[in-house]
Design a protein around this ligand. Structure first.
Ligand code: MLT
Length: 312
């Protein structure tokens, strides 16, 4: 047998359920991708994938947990750009994204949308820019903590507008969205995997998308760059990780299930409806994730250090 379970269970891997750790709250964008992916992957694995939401510190508590978990093929992590931004954002990080993990592969890329609460006076991006400059820190910007992509997007937005909002952090953008819908916060930059249903139901104001080009699922939504924020781009990517030292056979099997899921119509249709794009096959591999992660650590490290945003 490849790996024995804790209760002494024998047999081919996997012989009991696998835990997939999600660094943000249930019901949010990362959770939506993780649950759909887990359901599709369990068909190949013949075991269920249990989603474990471990929130806090912008995703870094979940990463730390997985970095220290037993490398037995039964604990995995799904994380986004936050894996690459953490080393620049957290001066005292207890793990190294580039050395403390085994890599499985990438999943899907997701655009973000800039939203205002339904009754915010600004009706479009041009209005919003004016409103933001006039009201500055009277505006409450929700995010999912330092290391969340909602934080990254908000940081770039404030930088490019030359304004400072008041940041309100949540354990994920699911509770942040609840706060936006309830009018407790004014603005949220969040992934289409959570925002599309709210946009379609007209429960929020949509100012624009964060990709350089318009997206298929929201063809009428302008890009932020069209409205004067030249070069503004945040695209969210997702990687699947395991603790370093996880048996290569377990990684290979998990990767096989990942690649099968990325072709599974139930998964691909759901992702397409939510504006997510499955990554090309070259990125669906351990090497494809590792190479990408290294490039992203380099890219965002520079941007974040320049912005001077970090936690001690
Ligand atoms: C974020 O980084 O903003 C998230 O993906 C939040 C989440 O999944 O809740």
């Amino acid at each position: 047998c490849l790996v024995s379970g804790s209760a002494g269970a024998q047999g081919a891997y996997p012989n009991h359920p696998i835990s997939l750790v999600v660094p943000f709250a249930a019901g949010g964008p990362t959770d939506v991708v993780a649950r759909s992916l887990g359901a599709a992957m369990s068909k190949t694995l013949g075991q269920s994938i249990i989603i474990e939401n471990r929130t806090g510190a912008g995703g870094t508590l979940a990463s730390q947990h997985v970095a220290r978990a037993a490398p037995d093929g039964y604990t995995f992590l799904i994380h986004h750009n936050g894996m690459a931004t953490a080393p620049a954002l957290y001066r005292k990080l207890s793990f190294n994204p580039l050395t403390d993990f085994a890599y499985v592969g990438q999943v899907a890329d997701v655009p973000m949308t800039l939203l205002g609460r339904k009754d915010l006076p600004a009706n479009d991006m041009k209005d919003f820019i004016k409103y933001a400059k006039e009201n500055g820190n009277k505006i409450n910007l929700a995010n999912a903590g330092l290391g969340a992509v909602s934080q990254l997007c908000g940081m770039l937005l404030q930088e490019s507008l030359g304004v400072q909002f008041t940041t309100v952090p949540y354990a994920g953008t699911a509770p942040a969205m609840t706060a936006l819908l309830g009018g407790q916060v004014d603005v949220l930059c969040d992934q289409t995997t959570q925002t599309i249903p709210q946009i379609k139901a007209d429960r929020v104001k949509l100012y624009g998308v964060t990709t350089l080009d318009r997206i298929k699922t929201l063809p009428d939504a302008p890009t932020l760059q069209e409205n004067g924020l030249k070069g503004f781009e945040v695209k969210v990517w997702h990687g699947v990780y395991a603790p370093k030292g996880t048996p290569p056979e377990a990684i290979a099997k998990f990767n096989e299930a990942l690649r099968a899921a990325l072709k599974d119509p139930a998964f691909t249709q759901k992702m397409a409806e939510l504006g997510a794009e499955i990554v090309p096959e070259s990125k669906q591999t351990p090497q494809g994730l590792q190479t990408w992660l290294q490039a992203e650590v380099d890219k965002w490290g520079g941007v974040i250090r320049k912005a001077g945003v970090y936690a001690d």
